[in-house]
Design a protein around this ligand. Structure first.
Ligand SMILES: [Zn+2]
Length: 176
């Protein structure tokens, strides 16, 4: 980014950098100054793109980023997004409320979902990258009363991810 800055504002200095004449450089804004200002004066950060995002949010986000959409559609999508986020928030609030009740022994609350799928084997060889790997499903349950995490692992040659498999895992946990 500092080089982009130099390219725009001090192109001769960037040219010295790119042609290996770093010792001759006399930029007005040195790398250390640029870096210091970047970290202290701007509310910016770097991160990996989000993974496992919601299909609805992605669809609305993509449609809203289209510069050709009408104001009417834009407003409709914004409302849809607000409603969607409010529903998600209310589900989180409900979970927090019920989890607190479970911790006090007033009710039973379990949460469950599939964790990230695990490939086998885990190797970086390019032949493996292009080959079909065997997937292992990890279905996790959380008991909100005692904070116990229970994992159910099965690979794809044993069972799929359908309702029967999930119910079997649930039943196994609840009867244990
Ligand atoms: Zn969403």
């Amino acid at each position: 980014m500092w080089l982009l800055y130099l390219g725009q504002n001090e192109p001769e200095e960037k040219n010295k950098y790119c042609t290996g004449k770093k010792a001759d450089m006399r930029p007005k804004v040195h790398y250390s100054l640029y870096k210091g200002l970047f970290f202290s004066e701007f509310n910016l950060g770097f991160g990996r793109p989000k993974s496992d995002t919601c299909l609805n949010c992605d669809r609305i986000h993509t449609q809203l980023n289209n510069p050709d959409i009408s104001e009417e559609l834009k407003s409709k999508l914004s409302n849809e997004k607000d409603l969607h986020l409010r529903k998600a928030q209310s589900a989180y609030n409900l979970l927090s409320e019920k989890s607190l009740k479970a911790k006090n022994g007033l009710c039973d609350v379990f949460t469950f979902d599939f964790q990230q799928n695990l490939p086998s084997p885990v190797l970086t060889t390019s032949d493996i990258f292009y080959s079909r790997q065997m997937w292992t499903d990890n279905f996790g349950m959380h008991d909100c009363f005692n904070n116990d995490g229970i994992m159910h692992l099965w690979n794809e040659n044993e069972a799929g991810r359908g309702s029967s498999e999930v119910c079997s895992a649930l039943k196994k946990t609840l009867l244990a």
